[in-house]
Design a binder for this molecule. Sequence first.
Ligand code: MF3
Ligand code: CO
Length: 278
Amino acid sequence: MFRRRDRIQYKTPEQIRTMRAAGLVVAEVHQAMRESAGPGVSTAELDRIAEEVIRSSGAVPSFKGYDIGFGPYPASICSSVNEQVVHAIPARDAVLREGDLLSVDVGAIVDGWHGDAAITIEIGEVAPELTALREACEASMWAGIRAAATAKRLGGISHAVEHSVERSGEYGIVTGFGGHGIGTEMHQDPHILNYGRPGEGPKLRPGMALAIEPMITLGSPDTAELEDGWTIVTDDGSVAAHTEHTIALCEDGVWVLTAPDGGVEQLGELAASAARAE
Ligand code: MF3
Ligand code: CO
């Protein structure tokens, strides 16, 4: 399953189908988040709902208890508001307000296989530049996903994300964090930068599963970590957006495992037949 040289876990079609099941649980949580998030709602309440959706599907929340060496993560989602970029811990006193930009990141495990994805949600009516920021982030993720279907090497994905962000406007591309391989663990090789050159990195091959996750800001690309050991904020206090999908590279195209339609609408001919056959 691992090729010794690149430490990448290559999945069989059957394993990818199990990852699809995990991806659909994540997609269901996203839908619940879109329906529940609004002015006056706390991020702790969103976390409660998310965990309920995950467990009632028979899945396990992958973030809860996740430990990168500083103690277990205490929740089932990351809920990052405005200048928070990623990994913000849900809290009772983090009450959403009209005009906020919220990113919700969710992970679920089914039969040992992971799905991981994030959406950025507008709370009530937001400033036009926040809508543009959200849309630029989503567009760059899809550019990266399309590149995963056409590029030869991982750097092609990174390059496509970067190029898309630059085409959209004057945004900071967060450099400290990026996407990753995913499978029987949430974070696997390779690390996926959101900027780079097409010729760089390992070859893209069928059986790879990747989480593509651009994070962009209205200002500086630099970030800082809060004292809780998790929350990442922009250095300059500018608002950030974050979107993520888990995808699988199949023999005949890409399957967006955390998208309800498998990515068919966005990818068209580039979508794997397994996605189109659902
Ligand atoms: N989706 C997040 C990422 O890839 C994972 C959150 S880690 C947790 O960075 F610890 F916060 F759960
Ligand atoms: Co991720």
